[in-house]
Every structure is written in C-alpha cells, then in structure tokens.
Design a protein around this ligand. Structure first.
Ligand code: ME8
Length: 520
C-alpha cells in the first residue's frame, strides 16, 4: 500500500498557487504509483482551527465554524476543477478527528509525556507560538516575519519533546530516506545539530483562543493548532478508530510512504515535532513515515504574500487557461524540492510548444494520415528499416528515464523524457514523409509500417502522460479507439500495444492552442 498525504491547508483564506502545486504534485505521484500497479491511498484536506480562522471569522461577524466551512468549500471546488483525485478528505473539525486527538492527549498524559506549568515570554500572534532567543535576528529583535509580538504570562500544557531529542538525532542520521530530496534532509540535520530541543507548548487557554479541540482533562484549554493538525495523518488513516468506522484500516495504510509538504514546515513541525509525537505514542523506528519536501513558488524572486499583493489565484488561472495547462505547468517547470518563479508567459509557452505543437501535432498527424491513406486501419508486419529500430530504441530509453525520474518524484524530468520521444516521433514523421509515400502505390507497405509505428508510439505516450494529464490521455485513448489503454500498467508497456488490423478513430484537437490577445 502506498499511503500519500499532503499538508492540510489553513482555511483562513482562499487557496493560492502554492496550495494548488502541492496537491497536483501529490495527485501526480499517486496516479503514477497506481500506474505502477501499487495500491494507493491519497489523503488531503484542510486545517480549520487556530487563531487566524477565529480572527477572520470575527471580522466577518460569523462564527469560526461557519467561516471555516465556507473557505473549505473553495478548496474542495478547486481540487475538483484541477482533477485532484483524493481517496480521503481530512477536516480537523470532524468529530472522528477530534476523538482521535482527545484520545492521544489522554494517552500521552498517562505515559507521563505531558505536564502543566506557568511560563512568561514573548508570543507571536501571527505564528501562534511562544518565541525564544533563538528566534531573534542579528540585531537581537524579533523580525517582521513574526508579526505582532506580545509579552504573555500563562499556564499551559507541555509535551516532553526534549525527552525524544537524542532518539530523533540518531534516527535522522541513520535513516537517509526519512526526508527527501537529500538537500532538504540536510536542512533538518543542520537544525538538529544546532538546537537543544525545548519542550513544546501544546495548549492555548480558552480565554485567548476558543477555536480548537478541548483538552479532555482540562477543559479551560484547547489544543495548539500544530499538535491538532499533524494528527490528521493518522486520525483519517483509521488510528484508534472504533469498530465499524468508515475510516480505512490503519494497519493497512501505515507507515506513510510520502508526507508531501512545503519547505517552510519541515523544521520544526514535520521533521521534529511529528516524529517525536509518534515516538512518544509508542511508534517504533520501522513505523516512522517518510517526508517529501517541495520548494516554493515565488513571484519574480519574491515570496508570494497577501500583503505584497502578488498572490496568484489558481482558480482564475484554471478558468482562463484550462486545468490541463495549469497542472502541466505546475509540475513541468520546477524540480521537486527546489524553488521556482511563477511565470505566466512560460505557462503559455510550455503548453503551446510541448503539448499543442508537439504531442498534439503527433496525435493529429498519426490519426489523420492513418485515416486518409489506410481507412483508419493499422497494418503491422510490412517493410521496415533502421529508422524504425531507432524509434523503438528511443521509446525504450524514454521508458527507463521516465521511470527513474518518476520513482524519485522528479515529475519535470519524467515529462522531459516523454517529450524527447514525442520530438523523436515528429522528426521520424518528417524524415519518412508518409504524405509522399501515400502517393505511390508501390510504397504502400512502407507507408503502413510508418503509420503503424506512429500510432503505436502515440499509445505509449498517452499512458506515460496519464499521471500528469489524465483527461487529455483519455481523449487520445478515445481517438485511438483503445478503451482499455489506460488500464495498462507501466510493466505492460511493450512494443505491440496496437494489434494488426486495429481500427483507429478520427483526430480532434487534444490540446487547443492558447491564444493571447495583444492587449492582455
Ligand atoms: O502550513 N509555494 O498550511 P498553509 C509552494 N496548516 N508551496 C507553498 C507556498 C508557495 N508559495 N505557500 C504555501 C500550513 N505552500 C499548515 C499545515 S500540515 C499538518 C499543517 C505550502 O495553508 C506550504 O509549504 O500555510 C504547506 O505545505 C502547504 O502549502 C499549506 O500551507
């Protein structure tokens, strides 16, 4: 079982392009694993508690639950529009999740992992956390990234994070595949080397924050938003679920094969808090999850932020350019783990060039000429030459490159491999000139071979494209009249998918070109 999750998004506002990227990336990985024949469970969702939701709800004069539900709908609608096909949906307001968080708090208290104490210190309202001297900048101040910082004195519940620090250091250094890509793991190693871990404050007094999960043994407190949110990965996977619950079987799903998250929430949330929480709950080293860290989308090198007014709205982009163009761009123009610059011109250029001009053209040419010269019928076994062997060799190489890239979550490299074959096919067409072969009846056998090779290649390309662009892959399969094509697994991709005598359909544009008006 390949269990894959994403970060759950804050419902204090509408989804942005970073949210869309992460969910599309996880969706592509999930679809690729299915293509490999793996059984997959894909969980995503929303993080509905916390101060920001409470504050935004107050601004609108509605209660936090209503506000969170309203923004949650924006996320659900966007995932539908973008074809993000999840199996499980996590909402932290869900009673099943609350029951799980509550049970874990009671269990940890019984294990001696929680204690209550008074503390006076500086508190960042924006980040909803107490700050330490480590959070001061070189000038000794709390920088603007912390927003409003106030001095607070209050009693709270603490988790004995420090008791697990030694174990975590050993675990991370002896398990290189805990965090990927490796340069992101190095960031975690660096953070662990530089810090003596302090215990983690996991409660907020209700007088300050009402919008959270109540402590079962101390009803004046709610759970700190991160402690609540991280647990979604197990609560919605069926951890501690009651008999007859509609949640999946935890034994079957766990450990998670990939928590897909952004670089900002590796340290400390996913790389430190989460493994220590699991360890405190009794999870063994073998039961630790794996983390896949992606980089950030920036705008002209600057971080996207609401205050800078440079946030890209994925919903509008999908309406304007189509969900296919957006999905393609988001995984094609970035190396998993690294940052990228969001550039609309490149979105349009990559779609028009690689999809409309190359793959779309191959589809159109192969089916059009098979229709025109061969009544749509594929005939194999005719005259061949070395060029045909090269075409097959190209496909073999591409299959290997594609698999290697996708197995290491590098979708951009996988697509580049696929595109190399498409370009090869178009060049093969130009060299062999089927439109001229078609004029000479003596060359009918050669013509049939060339067209059969193109149709065969197109079938392979549709399958390889399907994790990234499932709808266009379906459209190609339909035009090929191969209804079961996308049921094939990666290992089934051997030369000979299209049998002798197969009748193809008529071509229709799979990737209509994006035309930008001058004024825009
Ligand atoms: O952090 N580019 O929620 P969130 C790429 N609720 N990814 C980005 C991005 C950008 N510009 N901006 C944000 C939270 N992200 C918590 C998670 S998980 C138990 C709780 C990514 O809505 C970010 O890195 O602020 C994170 O992985 C996800 O979007 C949600 O961010």
């Amino acid at each position: 079982m390949f269990y894959i999750t994403t970060a759950i998004d804050y419902t204090n506002g509408a989804p942005h392009i970073g949210h869309a990227y992460e969910k599309v990336l996880a969706d592509v990985i999930a679809r690729y694993q299915r293509l490999k024949g793996e059984e997959v469970y894909f969980l995503t969702g929303v993080d509905q508690h916390g101060q920001k939701v409470q504050q935004n709800a107050e601004k609108e004069g509605i209660n936090p639950a209503t506000f969170a539900k309203k923004t949650t709908k924006l996320f659900i609608n966007l995932w539908k529009k973008l074809g993000v096909n999840y199996d499980g949906w996590a909402e932290t307001m869900d009673d099943r999740h609350k029951a799980c968080v509550t049970a874990i708090l009671s269990d940890l208290k019984e294990r001696g992992e929680l204690y209550k104490k008074g503390y006076k210190g500086f508190y960042s309202v924006r980040q909803e956390q107490f700050l330490t001297d480590r959070d001061r900048n070189e000038a000794g101040e709390f920088g603007p990234e912390w927003g409003e910082v106030v001095e607070l004195e209050e009693e709270n519940w603490y988790f004995r994070l420090s008791a697990h620090a030694e174990w975590l250091k050993n675990y991370v250094s002896s398990n290189p595949d805990f965090v990927g890509p490796s340069f992101r793991r190095n960031e975690l190693l660096g953070a662990l080397a530089n810090s003596g871990e302090l215990d983690l404050c996991i409660s907020r007094p209700k007088e300050r924050l009402r919008w959270g999960i109540e402590f079962p043994f101390d009803p004046d407190f709610v759970t700190y938003v991160w402690f609540d949110a991280l647990i979604n990965y197990i609560s919605f996977a069926g951890y501690g679920a009651k008999e007859g619950s509609d949640l999946p079987s935890f034994e079957k799903l766990w450990p998670c094969a990939a928590h897909v998250i952004g670089k900002d929430i590796l340290v400390p949330a996913h790389g430190i808090y989460w493994p220590c929480m699991l360890h405190a709950m009794g999870f063994s080293d073998e039961q630790m999850p794996k983390i896949l860290v992606h980089g950030w989308w920036n705008m002209k090198g600057e971080k996207m932020s609401k205050s800078l007014g440079n946030v890209v709205n994925p919903d509008e982009l999908a309406d304007k350019f189509g969900a296919d163009a957006l999905r393609y761009y988001l995984v094609r123009d970035v190396t998993t783990g690294k940052d990228a610059d969001f550039d609309l011109d490149r979105l349009v250029m990559l779609y028009n060039q690689e999809l409309a001009n190359e793959l779309g053209n191959l589809c159109n040419r192969a089916l059009n000429m098979t229709g025109r010269f061969c009544n749509g019928v594929v005939t194999t076994g005719g005259e061949t030459n070395d060029d045909d062997l090269d075409l097959r060799a190209s496909l073999e190489t591409v299959l290997g490159d594609y698999r290697a890239a996708m197995d290491s979550f590098d979708v951009a490299e996988g697509l580049k491999a696929l595109n190399r074959h498409v370009t090869f096919c178009n060049a093969y067409t130009d060299r062999n000139k089927p439109w001229e072969l078609g004029k000479d009846p003596a060359k009918q056998s050669r013509l049939e071979t060339v067209l059969a090779n193109l149709v065969e290649s197109l079938a392979h390309c549709a399958v390889l494209l399907s994790p990234v662009l499932p709808d266009p892959a379906e459209r190609i399969a339909a035009q090929l009249r191969m209804d079961d094509l996308l049921k094939l697994k990666l290992d089934d991709l051997k030369w000979g998918l299209v049998p002798n005598g197969h009748e193809t359909g008529k071509p229709k544009p799979v990737f209509p070109k994006i035309v930008i008006e001058e004024a825009e």
